[in-house]
Design a protein around this ligand. Structure first.
Ligand code: NAD
Length: 487
């Protein structure tokens, strides 16, 4: 953080009550390009008072407007935002890549995902309906779906545009007011999207705000605020646990999208020509900084050597460089601390297992300016090794071997997490058995990383609470009321 008086560049402001506002704090958050170390932008390092004012403004806008009763307006607002993002996609993609480090191709995919999500939930805004039920000869009930009120969205840095929009869209579609707190490493891309919100006339003034700043102070203030009715949090499982404790203050509703340690289970009958590039992509996309990363490879012993050798060659052929270059396959890690963490896990892997490829920071030339790490595969790890058990959030694949289906299923489920899994087999019965047995919110058969706004996503076990996307994702943001008529 730097002092406001040292500031020479443009600063991102908060958007509160339909106006661009400056924090009362003298501090600023500074974003630097993780590939080059170059300065990108400043954003407000807001105070608890700033966030309380923002919550008040959303509270007033929600309680003193027809937003919650006007689905057509919400449809127009969300569609308007989708069109604005579509029209500015290339600019936003560059901001995202420069701030977060991911490749420009991934940034385009992420922003196209925002457009698709907004369009889906724009339509869904006009389909929020309950049901009626005859209860006695002279009475019936209307089971109504209503907005919850004020929703606080706290989002992470790894897919900062989509993971904000993924929650913003259904929360607004359901008729809520929303306050967003983006991650401190990537405030710029979130505020850029709010600049577009400010240009869409259909949003009720003040119904949606963004306040940037530290999670431990302003995120926590959102967790305890009595004017916030629900927190939608995406981030680390340990932070999710803290949010759960904070939310007890007024028994807030919670939606939690947390960490993962997802397996790719490869059987002897798998189509390896299809599997290898998708398994490689599942762990090396976003330099492994993705919740659904296929970070554990469970492979049948009979094909282990072939699978490892083909994945090794996949990893070694990836071009790791500045994400702005069109030809880059993998960008840098997001920060020095993320780099240190990944190095630490690789040291454990080196001690307790066998490094097949990678395991080190990339250095020399342009690499020295950023946080680049080699795509890494580690074999011969015990089931209890931290590299196998903990979410690393880096380009590190841990390999384990199984000898039969029962063992494969037990290994897939031997984790505290349950976000996603990939199963690779040409045997339909085996695919069915595995998809039923794996305790995860998403099981991909013969593919990976396939996400759609209409298909629910979320975690079993410590990977989360509730579902995002799809009809269930919309319903997370609704209250249910029974209105009883007696005649
Ligand atoms: P993080 O938990 O460190 O931060 C997430 C957000 O919480 C940030 O905005 C941060 O400022 C805020 N925060 C931090 N401490 C807080 C507190 N005490 N009170 C309130 N808010 C607080 O997570 P991260 O490092 O930004 O993101 C990486 C994690 O997110 C990984 O574990 C990853 O698996 C998870 N993730 C999950 C999903 C999913 O859909 N399940 C998607 C992406 C990322």
């Amino acid at each position: 953080m730097v002092s406001l008086t040292e500031q020479k560049q443009a600063v991102y402001y908060n958007y509160v009550g339909g106006e661009w506002t400056k924090s009362s704090s003298k501090e600023l958050l500074e974003s630097r390009n993780p590939a080059t170390g170059e300065f990108i932008s400043y954003a407000q390092s807001s105070t608890v008072r700033d966030v309380e004012e923002a919550i008040d403004s959303v509270y007033k806008a929600f309680h003193h407007s027809d937003w919650g009763y006007n689905p057509k307006r919400r449809y127009e607002a969300l569609l308007g935002l989708a069109q604005k993002i579509e029209g500015n996609l290339e600019h936003l993609a560059r901001v995202l890549t420069m701030e977060q480090g991911k490749t420009i191709r991934e940034s385009r995919i992420e922003l196209a995902g925002c457009v698709d999500t907004l369009k889906y939930f724009a339509g869904a805004a006009r389909t929020v309906f309950g049901r009626s039920i005859q209860l006695e000869p002279n009475s019936y009930g209307v089971i109504a779906k209503e907005p919850i009120g004020v929703v606080g969205i706290i989002s992470p840095w790894n897919w900062p545009a989509l993971l904000m929009v993924r929650e913003l869209a259904p929360a607004l579609a359901a008729g809520n007011g929303v306050i967003v707190k983006p991650a401190s490493l990537t405030p710029g891309i979130s505020v850029e999207i709010f600049k577009l919100i400010a240009e869409v006339p259909h949003f009720t003034k003040g119904i949606v705000s963004i306040v940037t700043g530290p999670g431990r102070s302003i995120g926590a203030a959102m967790g305890t605020s009595k004017k916030i009715d629900m927190i939608s949090f995406t981030g680390d499982t340990s932070t999710g646990k803290t949010i759960m404790e904070l939310a007890t203050s007024n028994i807030k509703k919670l939606a939690l999208e947390l960490g993962g340690k997802s397996p790719n289970v490869v059987f002897a009958d798998a189509n390896l020509d299809k599997a290898i590039p998708l398994i490689g992509r599942s762990i090396f996309i976003s330099a492994g900084q993705i919740c659904m990363a296929g970070s554990r490879l469970l492979v049948h012993e009979s094909i282990k050597d072939e699978v490892i050798s083909r994945l090794k060659s996949y990893a070694e052929n990836l071009k790791v460089a500045n994400g702005l270059l069109e030809s880059t396959d993998m960008g840098p890690l997001v920060s020095q601390s993320q780099l240190d963490l990944v190095e630490e896990y690789c040291e454990i892997g080196r001690r307790e297992g066998k490094i097949i490829t990678g395991g080190y920071r990339l250095t020399g030339g342009d690499y020295d300016k950023g946080y680049f790490f080699a795509p890494t595969i580690i074999d011969d790890l015990s089931a209890n090794c931290r590299v196998v058990r903990e979410e690393i959030f880096g380009p590190v694949l841990a390999v384990q071997t199984f000898s039969n289906d029962e063992e494969a299923l037990a290994m897939a489920n031997d984790t505290d997490f349950g976000l996603s899994a990939g199963v690779w087999t040409t045997d339909l019965n085996r695919a069915m058995r595995m998809s039923k047995g794996i305790q995860a919110g998403t099981v991909w058969i013969n593919t990976y990383n396939k996400n759609f706004p209409e298909a629910e996503f979320g975690g079993y076990k410590q990977s989360g609470l509730g579902r995002t996307r799809g009809i269930d994702g919309l319903m997370e943001y609704c209250e249910t009321k029974h209105i009883h008529f007696e005649i």
